[in-house]
Design a protein around this ligand. Structure first.
Ligand SMILES: NC(=O)c1ccc[n+]([C@@H]2O[C@H](COP(=O)([O-])OP(=O)(O)OC[C@H]3O[C@@H](n4cnc5c(N)ncnc54)[C@H](O)[C@@H]3O)[C@@H](O)[C@H]2O)c1
Length: 359
């Protein structure tokens, strides 16, 4: 029997027009799939998905599947007018730090100009109530100390990706003050999450996809920064944050804050090496070795303080680090046997979410 996805959001998304930029990506595909299971009318805008892509594996049909470039304003406006959304989730981006060293201009064009195009086009929409712009934990000025960054900490960013996300934060703040500040304007907020993992991520230079590829090829994984600490978080915990924020923005006028952190609980902060040792207990065949070449700078310490989301949105992660890794590895093991278990995992997650709300 097919597993049920429980509606944990008071049916707010049922029959509602929603729009996701980046719907074919790792996080966007899980978000579109979840909204689709909540009977939302989902439209999206993305580039053509890669051959290995969670989006292509999903059993999903959406209202408007627009494939094109967010740097093209006319295309973005056309997609948004056609979708006529009440809520926009903006995820489309060049999201990789290492890639941003290779293509800094393209990264800034996609992330910053792409966001400006989307926000400008949103001004033409009649039924829009809220826009959630996804930035990153990397938008903060990282001073490499062991503390959780709060929403009002200074923004910064060393590499072109991180600085582009800080720039998006300034852009959003300017558009909010300039164009979305009337009482009846759509609410415009940003959401900052940490290192998101889960099944279906096939990106280059990310730890879990690299682990999976190396275990398939039998070659040891080359590890660049074994002692870098990150807030590891399951994609469903992260997307639960975005949906909880969207639900509150659509249904309550009491949310006044403009930026929200969505990080895992403190004990899910772990080094790359600690994560690999844990993964090995689920997947004994994985092997790794240290890459001691000189690599471009990446942050050492990075934590988020999510007490604002806990207090204002009543959001907290459902999965601990152990469950997060187990579910992630389980997805790829199923995949290697030709099974796509995304629906089962989403059903399980919504059940855990319901149970956690009742406790
Ligand atoms: N995955 C993480 O750990 C993480 C952490 C913090 C923030 N984020 C942010 O979350 C968002 C989604 O990340 P992801 O991991 O799903 O990335 P992803 O690479 O899997 O997906 C990116 C999506 O953006 C689309 N896109 C890229 N360039 C585009 C362009 N020029 N025009 C139109 N669409 C374009 C792609 O087609 C894809 O659908 C990004 O904004 C990223 O910066 C991700």
């Amino acid at each position: 029997m097919e597993k049920m996805v429980i509606d944990n959001f008071n049916s707010v998304f049922k029959d509602t027009n929603t729009f996701i930029s980046g719907h074919t990506g790792f996080k966007g595909s899980w978000l579109a799939f979840w909204l689709n299971n909540l009977h939302s009318n989902v439209s999206g805008l993305s580039l053509e998905p890669e051959k290995d892509s969670h989006w292509n594996d999903l059993d999903i049909s959406i209202l408007n599947n627009n494939i094109g470039d967010i740097r093209n304003y006319n295309f973005v406006e056309e997609c948004l007018l056609k979708a006529n959304p009440e809520i926009v989730f903006h995820l489309a981006a060049q999201p990789l730090v290492r890639e941003s060293y290779e293509t800094p201009i393209e990264t800034w064009e996609t992330n910053v100009i792409g966001t400006a195009n989307l926000l400008q086009a949103c001004r033409k929409l009649d039924n829009l109530k809220a826009i959630i712009v996804i930035t990153s934990d990397k938008c903060y000025e990282n001073i490499e100390i062991n503390k959780g960054y709060k929403e009002n900490d200074p923004l910064g960013g060393h590499d072109p990706y991180s600085s582009s996300k800080a720039a998006v934060e300034f852009l959003v703040s300017s558009f909010r003050k300039s164009f979305f500040s009337n009482a009846d304007s759509p609410r415009l907020v940003t959401a900052r999450a940490g290192n998101v993992i889960g099944g279906g991520d096939w990106s280059k230079n990310r730890l879990i996809p690299d682990v999976v590829r190396s275990s398939i090829s039998g070659n040891p994984l080359s590890i660049r920064y074994p002692n870098s600490t990150r807030p590891w978080q399951h994609v469903l915990d992260c997307n639960y944050g975005y949906l909880q924020l969207a639900m509150k923005l659509l249904s309550e006028s009491s949310v006044k804050e403009n930026a929200f952190n969505f990080g895992p609980s403190q004990n899910s902060n772990a080094t790359v090496q600690e994560i690999l040792i844990k993964i090995k207990s689920f997947w004994p065949s994985i092997k790794w070795e240290l890459d001691d070449k000189t690599n471009p700078h990446e942050a050492g310490f990075l934590y988020l303080n999510s007490s604002l989301s806990n207090n204002v949105l009543n959001w907290k992660p459902v999965l601990n680090l152990e469950n997060t890794l187990e579910m992630t590895i389980d997805w790829y093991k199923n995949y290697s046997e030709g099974i796509i278990c995304s629906k089962d995992q989403l059903s399980l997650y919504t059940k855990l979410l319901k149970d956690s709300a009742n406790n």
